[in-house]
Write a protein that binds this ligand. Structure first.
Ligand SMILES: NC(=O)c1ccc[n+]([C@@H]2O[C@H](COP(=O)([O-])OP(=O)(O)OC[C@H]3O[C@@H](n4cnc5c(N)ncnc54)[C@H](OP(=O)(O)O)[C@@H]3O)[C@@H](O)[C@H]2O)c1
Length: 287
């Protein structure tokens, strides 16, 4: 058994309780990791509330973590016990002292533990959608949610590809996205620029207007807006075979991340409450 934040049913942050969970030995192609830091993301909150419970069953949340390899399963030869890694956990489990992972990347010494834990889920999503949109140098991409966790990473990666990024953010966030080389626009109005593609990393935009702006739904992708498919907009999901390359890209890109706040594992419910109260920070749990 390992210490973990477990879900006592679904509901408000109070259903998150410090308890224990069973973590088995790593199977073929897996590693078991002693977690040092775990990231908290908006999808965790949606699952805890019960909104996504059917899609993500399980009693320990957390799509991302960083820590030290404790043991490896058969067929794993790129890392060994004692190595420092960041892990992406599509099946959850990061809010715990130990976790078994299928997807990992070595943590470079230049990346802090907290950054390494904050990168995997947002970074994987950012690389995946940029690749699915196939945006290339000289094109213009509208990015909704550019100041958020996924958006901050997607902005920097797209600018580095030579893409002109029109960043839909609140006016307070104009300066930070400009520093990354994006052109800010207020997300309360639809921009008038011609765009080649739209990356919705907010889930809260006016997708119908975005489809009109892009001249069709073909190059509009959302990470989380359930209205997307009815408009012909792809709702992007994890592609397991591409996770490793995405993690390597984000871990080695020298990215500046959205500001984060570190709290002890035992205060996970406080982090969830603060996010639901509108805190504009990424929480990282110190395990
Ligand atoms: N499908 C997947 O694999 C996957 C993976 C990762 C994330 N996600 C989802 O992707 C979304 C983004 O994740 P995240 O971690 O980046 O969240 P986040 O850090 O909370 O960022 C969301 C951003 O969206 C902005 N926003 C809110 N309303 C907006 C609007 N109408 N137009 C444009 N932007 C708006 C927010 O700005 P304000 O703070 O100003 O409101 C915030 O900066 C979440 O819904 C998450 O669940 C999905």
């Amino acid at each position: 058994m390992t210490r973990a934040i477990v879900l006592d049913g679904y509901g408000p942050p109070g259903v998150l309780r410090l308890g224990e969970t069973e973590v088995g030995a790593p199977g073929a192609g897996q590693i078991r990791v002693t977690v040092r830091y775990a990231g908290v993301g908006p999808t965790d909150l949606a699952i805890r509330s019960g909104r996504l419970a059917a899609r993500f069953p399980g009693s320990v949340l957390g799509f991302e973590a960083a820590g030290v390899v404790e043991s490896t399963g058969s067929g794993v030869d790129d890392v060994a016990a004692g190595d420092e890694v960041a892990v992406f956990l599509p099946g959850l489990g990061g809010y715990a002292e130990q976790v078994v992972a299928d997807h990992w990347v070595r943590k470079p010494s230049t990346v802090s533990w907290a950054d390494a834990a904050a990168l995997p889920a947002s970074g994987e999503a950012a690389v995946r959608v940029l690749d699915q949109l196939a945006v290339s140098s000289g094109e213009t991409m509208l990015l909704l949610g550019a100041a958020g966790s996924v958006g901050t990473i997607a902005t920097q990666l797209a600018v580095a590809r030579g893409v002109r990024v029109v960043a839909a953010v609140r006016p307070d966030d104009f300066a930070p996205v400009e520093r990354f080389g994006a052109t800010p626009v207020d997300y309360r109005s639809v921009p008038s620029d011609n765009v080649d593609a739209v990356f919705d990393a907010s889930g809260r935009g006016d997708l119908a207007a975005m489809v009109a702006l892009a001249g069709g739904a073909q190059r509009v992708i959302t990470l989380s807006d359930p209205r997307g498919p009815a408009l012909g907009v792809k709702l992007s999901e994890v592609v397991p075979s591409r996770v490793r390359a995405a993690l390597e890209t984000v871990m080695s890109a020298g990215l500046t991340l959205q500001s984060h706040s570190v709290v002890p594992l035992a205060e996970t419910a406080v982090a969830h409450s603060r996010l639901e109260g509108g805190a504009r920070t990424k929480f990282v749990l110190e395990v």
